[in-house]
Design a protein around this ligand. Structure first.
Ligand SMILES: [Zn+2]
Length: 59
């Protein structure tokens, strides 16, 4: 599983998915809805993937 934890101030939303592509799509949606980022660029998503996504064991 991959787990995303939003690093935005006081947000801390978490998503998990077994598919990283699905997870990053959820991240893009989250950025749009919660943080008013209309276009999540590949650069931004790549950065967030590095900083905010970690692998977690399946439960
Ligand atoms: Zn957030």
């Amino acid at each position: 599983m991959h787990e995303f934890t939003c690093g935005h101030q006081e947000c801390g939303s978490q998503f998990t998915s077994s598919d990283k592509d699905v997870l990053m799509r959820q991240v893009a949606d989250h950025l749009k809805e919660a943080h008013n980022v209309q276009t999540a660029t590949q650069t931004l998503l790549g950065y967030l993937e590095t900083m905010c996504v970690k692998s977690v064991p399946n439960r």
